[in-house]
Unconditional design. Structure first.
Length: 214
């Protein structure tokens, strides 16, 4: 049960890539295809009627398909304008132009950022996105190297990772911190300025070399 369910869920939640040097770290068993396959009768079920499972599979796929269409129509597409505006205002957030502030947290920004980033002038590679969560607290999230990658272009400093509250305040030197994820891809702060400070401190610790695509 652990290898075929828990491990995948836990790894994805903690930002662990499935592959390392050609060897999978865990197996994917919760994909749509896998869930459909499990609706077939097991070998030892008395009733081997596949029609009931087929109907359940149709309902499952239909629901997921319609949910995805609704997401792209009502959430993903409207988010593009927000990301475009945030990129246009990036130098007002920080002189580096590497920190983007989203007006509405939680919007799907990654694919839009990658697409729009290539047309920026002057060219710059975005390192961080800051935004508020549903509780009104601020998040500083590192931009992944690729849209579906768990590796960040510039992760938050290693000494901060896994720390919370006062312990994080002391190590980072930034009062009001909430947390930094163990992988360093995201952190939290009570204020906008604090989230900016976390991003700026990370930029400052980067080796001083001319910026090139990560």
């Amino acid at each position: 049960m652990y290898e075929n369910f828990v491990e995948e869920v836990d790894a994805v939640d903690n930002g662990i890539s499935q592959w390392e040097e050609g060897e999978p770290r865990y197996v994917l068993t919760t994909t749509l295809s896998a869930r459909v396959a499990r609706l077939n009768p097991t070998w030892n079920q008395p009733n081997q009627d596949t029609e009931a499972g087929f109907k359940r599979a149709m309902d499952l796929v239909r629901e997921e398909f319609l949910q995805r269409v609704g997401f792209y129509q009502h959430s993903w597409l409207p988010a593009r304008a927000l990301v475009e505006e945030a990129l246009a205002q990036r130098f007002q957030v920080d002189p580096s132009g590497e920190i983007v502030e989203l007006a509405k947290g939680g919007c799907p920004w990654k694919e839009h950022l990658y697409h729009l980033e290539s047309g920026l002038s002057p060219p710059v590679t975005i390192a961080f996105v800051i935004y508020t969560d549903q509780a009104g607290q601020w998040r500083v999230q590192c931009v992944p190297k690729e849209p579906h990658s768990f590796q960040s272009r510039l992760p938050l400093p290693e000494p901060w990772r896994g720390l919370r509250d006062e312990a994080l305040d002391q190590v980072s030197g930034i009062p009001g911190c909430i947390f930094v994820h163990t992988s360093g891809f995201i952190g939290g702060h009570h204020t906008r300025e604090g989230a900016l400070s976390m991003a700026r401190a990370t930029l400052a610790q980067r080796p001083c070399v001319p910026q090139v695509p990560y």
